[in-house]
Design a protein around this ligand. Structure first.
Ligand code: HEC
Length: 160
């Protein structure tokens, strides 16, 4: 039994390496740049050509009207800021546990991963209940802001 499982796993890996097993979903959403979800778990390609700025990312995570991530997540590297929530998992070691593409999908639209999540979709315009007119049809974060936050998340390793 064990052998069979191992072999099957090996075969799946080999297929993935050739790109044959990857299932790509193209997402075209009104007002947003199109992007691709691979195997339902990852957006491997950055949303912009310009690489993210981790310092700006940290500020966006703290800003109440932008990421407001600390309302739900604890991040020891941001301990200069008060009031970290514990609704979501601690992110202080997130770079050891997650690939960049998984972080990107999580920020863009976490409902793809978990339809019942209370984490907001930050790069998504449909089905958003945004009351103020000036925000209508606009995502909470721009594509560059998403990349800035990912650049910061990639620095979060608690062993350092
Ligand atoms: C309203 C609460 C809330 C806010 C605000 C929020 N999150 Fe989350 N987040 C969650 C919850 C709850 C989960 C657990 C997974 C789930 O619900 O599917 C999660 C999961 C995550 C994960 C996956 C962590 C893991 O170990 O699996 C990452 C990364 C993440 N959030 C980053 C962020 C960032 C960055 C922001 C700000 C831009 C943010 N979150 C804002 C609630 C929130």
């Amino acid at each position: 039994m064990r052998m069979t499982t191992l072999l099957a796993g090996g075969a799946a890996l080999a297929l993935m390496a050739q790109g044959a097993a990857a299932e790509v979903t193209k997402v075209h959403e009104k007002g947003l740049k199109p992007y691709e979800i691979v195997d339902g778990v990852s957006i491997p390609k950055p949303l912009t050509d310009k690489s993210g700025d981790p310092k700006r990312g940290a500020k966006l995570m703290v800003a109440r009207k932008k990421g407001n991530c600390l309302a739900c997540h604890k991040v020891v590297q941001l301990n200069d800021y008060p009031f970290h929530g514990n609704v979501g998992p601690e992110l202080s070691d997130v770079a050891s546990n997650m690939q960049e593409g998984e972080m990107r999908l999580r920020l863009v639209n976490p409902k793809v991963l978990n339809p019942d999540t209370i984490m907001p979709a930050f790069y998504h315009t449909e089905g958003l209940h945004r009351v103020k007119k000036k925000f209508k049809g606009k995502p909470v974060l721009t594509e560059q802001e998403i990349e800035d936050i990912i650049a910061f998340l990639k620095t979060l390793k608690s062993s350092q």
